[in-house]
Design a binder for this molecule. Structure first.
Ligand SMILES: [Ca+2]
Ligand SMILES: [Ca+2]
Ligand SMILES: [Ca+2]
Length: 262
């Protein structure tokens, strides 16, 4: 009932009836226009491996820019072997499997945690974490780095650094407060809060995160050595808790290589 009114589009004085088929095709095209990799949480709302949690009901792959940001504040569990192009999340992420960031671009995270054997491989990318402390993040890198072998049981990895035959690059960790003091308010184009933690793929010894290892870094490192300090900011670039001759071997090697800015 009520459908007797003729519906259509008036063109040149003639009313052309709608084609239900055309409308259906347009709607389908609109749905397909949503990219893969957008978290909807429409499945179980928690598991990365539940396709129904993702746009188009597709678990994202190495060509997809992943964005996890919903009104609810779920803890998203990553399991299995996953690879994405880029990763941005405002929600808590717990990695129990392995997650590889295959593309180029800043990884933006809030709270990051690892289950047993969980691995995040950022290759040559950087990370900005808004909900995880510098000390916790440094622990993740230390565990993965495992004295330079990059074969730790879990944590934040860089396969790019591992495969660097010159052993000039690694992952550095700074607090937002230290970074801002040295470089100003933005990191890879994103504004930084004092409580943020930053991870940078850079040269051994680039303790100020400007992408080079140079005399300015040596001022900080020498000071760290003389004051028996620790942490990346003070020159403990191999994360063993000391600034000592072993760090200087890595740092001098990177300094002498004069690689391009990172
Ligand atoms: Ca949320
Ligand atoms: Ca530097
Ligand atoms: Ca050290």
């Amino acid at each position: 009932m009520g459908s007797s009114t003729r519906r259509g589009i008036v063109v040149r004085g003639r009313c052309w009836p709608y084609s239900a088929h055309v409308v259906e095709r347009l709607e389908r095209r609109r749905l397909l226009a949503v990219a893969n990799g957008i978290w909807t949480g429409a499945g179980d709302g928690i598991n990365w491996t539940s396709a129904a949690n993702w746009s188009n009901n597709v678990i994202p792959g190495p060509g997809d820019d992943v964005v996890i940001n919903v009104t609810a504040n779920p803890t998203v569990i990553v399991s299995g072997t996953q690879s994405v192009k880029s990763l941005t999340s405002s929600e808590t992420i717990v990695i129990s499997g392995s997650l590889n960031v295959a593309g180029a671009g800043l990884v933006k995270l809030s709270v990051l945690a690892f289950g047993t054997g969980g691995k995040l491989d950022i290759n040559a990318n950087d990370i900005l974490l808004t909900g995880t402390s510098r000390a916790t993040v440094e622990g993740y890198v230390r565990t993965a780095y495992n004295g330079g072998a990059w074969n730790g049981a879990s944590g934040i990895f860089s396969t790019t650094a591992k495969n660097n035959a010159q052993v000039t690059t690694t992952l550095g960790v700074l607090s937002g407060a230290d970074y801002k003091l040295l470089n100003g308010p933005t990191f890879d184009g994103q504004s930084v809060a004092n409580t943020d933690a930053l991870v940078k793929y850079t040269y051994y010894g680039d303790v100020n995160f400007d992408g080079f290892t140079d005399g300015l870094d040596y001022i900080f490192i020498d000071n760290g050595f003389l004051s028996h300090s620790t942490g990346w900011a003070n020159g403990d670039v191999n994360y063993d808790g000391f600034v000592d001759g072993l760090d200087y071997i890595f740092i001098d090697n990177a300094f002498l290589s004069h690689g391009p800015g990172l």
